[in-house]
Each structure stands twice: as C-alpha cells, then as structure tokens.
Design a protein around this ligand. Structure first.
Ligand SMILES: CC(C)[C@H](C(=O)O)[C@@H](O)C(=O)O
Ligand code: SF4
Length: 467
C-alpha cells in the first residue's frame, strides 16, 4: 500500500522534476503571474542573456501596484509610469498576455487569477509577490518568489524550492453572525503569532473552512504569509468547482467534467500525517481589530488596548510600548473609543464582489461620518463592473464613500493613495507595518463589514450590534 499523503505532498510530487536528498527540488510551474513591480529586471535579464519566455501561455501579466485609482490617463508619478510602460513593452516583446491599464480584465493580480479561471486546483502557481498564497484557496500550491526567481521561471518554467514541511490549521465550529473569514485569520495570527507558519505550507481544514465561500477562503489563504508561511491551501470541493465553472480560462464541456473529477480527488489521504497541527474554534471568534504594527497585535472589538505593564516578558513589554507610541494609542482604552480619519475598503485580501456586497450591506441608508474620508477600491475591472450592475457604486457614493478604479491603492501607498502622517485608517488590507499606508500612517486591519461600520460611526464599532 502506498503511504498516505497530504494534498501538499501530492502537488509537490506531481510537479517536481528533479530532487536530491537534502537539497531544494526543481519544481515545474503551471502558472506564472506577473506584475509591474517585480518583473522589469527579470525581463532585462532574459534580454541580456538572449533568452525567451519558455511558456508565454502559462504566463499572465497585469498592472496593479502603481495604477492610479482616480480616473486619469496621465500617470503623475515618474517611477510608476516607467514600471508600467516597461511591463507593456516587455509583454509585447516576449509574447506574454497582459491585462494592462485600460484592459477589461486589469486588476490586482491575486484577484484576476481566480476570476479569469487561471487559478485551478492542483496547479503550482508563482508570482513575484508574497500574497500569491491567495491562490491556495483553490487547492493550488501557490507561493511568492523573488525577482531573480521570476527570471528563472520566465526562462525555464521551473523554480528551485525547498520541499515544504506541512502544517494543518484545523478550524472547527461555526462563524457567528457578523464574523468573517478576515476575523478568523486575524484571530488565528493573534493566537499563534506572526511566525507560526515559518517553513511550512499550511493546509486549512475543518468545518469552518469548508463552510466558507471561495472569497472567504482566499482571504484566509492570502494572509498565510502574515503567519510566516510560504503558502496556504484548502482542498478543492464542490464550492471550488462551482466557482470555476464557466470562467474564461477554465476548461469547458467534457474537459471540464474530467478536470472536475481530478480536482475533487485531490485531497489529503485519510491517515496522512502533517509535520505540525494547530487549532482554532470559529465559534469563539469575534470581530477583530489590530491595534499595533503587526497583524498579531490584534484584539476582539470588545477588547481594550494592551497595557505594557501586563506583558509576560520584557521583550513583549518593549514591543507593546513601541507599537503604542507609533500608533498614538493609550493602554487600557477601549478600541471602540478610538476615532478614525480614514477607511480603505480594498486590496487582494478583501476587494472581491462578495466583500463589497458585505461592506455595502452595513450602510442601510446611513452616511460616512463627516470626520472620515472613505474609499472603496474594487479588486479588478470585472469586480467593478459587476458591483456597478448591482448598484453598489451608488450605495457607496450616496453614503459618502469614494468609488475608485481597481488597483492595490492604499494597501501600500505606491500609487498616490496614502494615509497622511499620524492619521488613522480602518483598512481591509493585510499589513499594518509602520509606514505601510504612507509615512507615519496608522493602520488598523479589519473586515469589510467592520470598515463600513467604522466609516459611519467615526470610530471602531461592533458590527453585530450596529443597527
Ligand atoms: C510589491 C510586492 C513585491 C509586495 C509583495 O511581495 O507582497 C507587495 O505586493 C506587498 O503587498 O507588500
Ligand atoms: S493589494 Fe496590497 S498586499 Fe495585495 S498585492 Fe497589492 S500591495 Fe500586495
């Protein structure tokens, strides 16, 4: 009898083309996603070495980090303009399909891959971007790579990888009303810290994960990297198959039926062992808000800002003090008493149609607080179009939100969208590091529902009682 395997080992074994004891393996890549920030030197490398792109059909590029989200044909920022022009030129020269600015499929790379049906179960997927882990929601082995690896994948369609250790994150129980996938992943990182995934690929299992939509699973897998993991995935099921059926690049007709069989059979075997397991009970999770400068510095909405004097170690004490200072917060204050000036609904964590529907559902005819400036940035042109078909743009605009063009936007402030110094933002993105949303900007990570509620209230508020 063959040894029972995890889905992670199955995908690895299917795609590894060369392996030696104690060394990284050479992994064949089924899909290479490309964006304008991490690709220019990689293409330049090919050019200098006289090489071509080995598999242009397995490569797909978009523009996201630098695109302005206010409607314009003029890119003011010179570096942004150069990166985008360079990507266009490179894609033309090397025959790589591109959804550039103005293209109907343009959007954040981790939103468009799944949306176009490029992301599929069992694939190995890479991109020069850490949040490539998002695509793991489909049962793909998807991880971020550096620019030199981007060049390697462009020219050989393979990458050297250390065989991952496997981590089972088992989330049982049921999510309460008003509690989302974003709250689950924040609570998980708050419980185990920002390094518990280091050296591992995570498989998310358990009842709570099974009952999530694909959008929810993407939110969770997206933030695997914030737990230190290279990748995170969810075994494919009927939810996965249903999401992919009819998508532009998904298989069609009989080929779809065959693919479906293959996808559904791609599961961790009964009795397979993981290198490590951690658990969380979804029933206990409340809406979360980060108060500090890493995603683990996070409390439930009814909590208070931690007091450094109650820290367990000297190190923790100093860390809390440092974060409080940067964030301009006092210990022991209720998080619901903290006022905000900005709201950002967007990013590859929470800018899909479902996120926007859920965010809009909180408005109920109310207005954004006059002290808050709030923007909604759809993850892609497709999301934007569909949201407009549903009238979501009107709901947001009527409430006082700005409705923007798709891109990474205020998630990382590379494109003209930034939080001013010492101002506070409730953000649906994934990183709250110092300076992430602009120099001295203060970021609080929350779910889309919690972001809308905060925009209306002008401070953090429990979305479950905000009627
Ligand atoms: C610019 C890119 C390399 C970076 C990443 O790898 O994640 C960005 O997307 C981010 O979220 O910080
Ligand atoms: S939305 Fe943010 S996290 Fe996602 S790829 Fe863009 S910059 Fe990175």
């Amino acid at each position: 009898m063959t040894q029972p395997k995890t889905i992670i080992e199955k995908i690895w074994d299917k795609n590894v083309v060369h392996e030696e004891e104690g060394r990284p393996g050479l992994l064949y890549i089924d899909l290479h996603l490309v964006h304008e920030v991490t690709s220019p030197q990689a293409f330049e490398g090919l050019r200098l070495k006289g090489r071509t792109v080995r598999q242009p059909k397995l490569t797909f590029a978009t523009m996201d980090h630098n695109v302005p989200t206010v409607h314009t044909n003029v890119i003011k920022d010179e570096i942004s303009k150069i990166q985008m022009d360079t990507l266009r030129k490179n894609c033309e020269e090397f025959g790589v399909p591109l959804a550039g600015m103005g293209h109907e499929h343009q959007g954040i790379v981790h939103v468009i891959g799944p949306e176009l049906g490029l992301t599929q179960p069992g694939k190995t997927i890479v991109c020069g971007d850490s949040h490539t882990s998002t695509h793991g929601a489909f049962g793909a082995l998807a991880f971020g790579i550096g620019t030199s690896e981007v060049e390697h994948v462009l020219s050989t369609q393979t990458v050297w990888q250390q065989k991952p250790r496997t981590l089972n994150v088992k989330i049982d129980g049921k999510l309460g009303t008003g509690v989302t996938a974003k709250d689950l992943i924040l609570a998980l990182i708050a419980k185990y810290g920002v390094n518990f995934g280091t050296g591992y690929v995570i498989e998310y299992t358990g009842e709570a994960i099974r009952s999530l939509s694909m959008e929810g699973r993407m939110t969770i897998c997206n933030m695997s990297i914030e737990a230190g993991a290279r990748a995170g995935l969810v075994g494919p099921d009927e939810t996965t198959v249903k999401f992919l059926e009819g998508r532009l690049h998904a298989p069609k007709g009989d080929t779809f039926e065959e693919a479906k069989k293959m996808w559904l059979s791609l599961q961790t075997d009964e009795g397979a062992s993981y290198d490590h397991t951690v658990t969380l009970n979804a029933t206990d999770v409340e809406p979360q808000v980060t108060w500090g400068t890493n995603p683990a510095q996070c409390i439930p909405i009814n909590g208070t800002i931690p007091n450094p004097d109650q820290a367990k170690t000297e190190n923790d004490k100093n860390e809390i003090k440092h974060s409080l200072k940067y964030m301009g917060l006092e210990a022991d204050v209720k998080i619901t008493d903290v006022p905000i000036e900005h709201v950002f609904i967007g990013s590859c964590t929470n800018s899909r149609l479902e996120d926007l529907i859920q965010a809009a559902s909180i408005i109920k005819g109310r207005k954004v607080n006059p002290s808050v400036s709030a923007i909604v940035v759809p993850g892609s042109q497709t999301v934007k179009r569909k949201a407009e078909e549903l009238g979501l743009d009107r709901q947001f605009i009527d409430a006082g939100f700005e409705w923007r063009e798709p891109g990474c936007s205020m998630c990382l402030a590379m494109n003209g969208d930034a939080v001013p110094p010492n101002e506070r933002c409730a953000s649906t993105s994934n990183r709250n590091f110092e300076g992430r949303q602009g120099a001295d900007a203060r970021t609080h990570l929350v779910s889309p529902e919690m972001a809308t509620a905060a925009a209306i209230a002008g401070h953090f508020v429990d979305v479950r009682t905000f009627n």
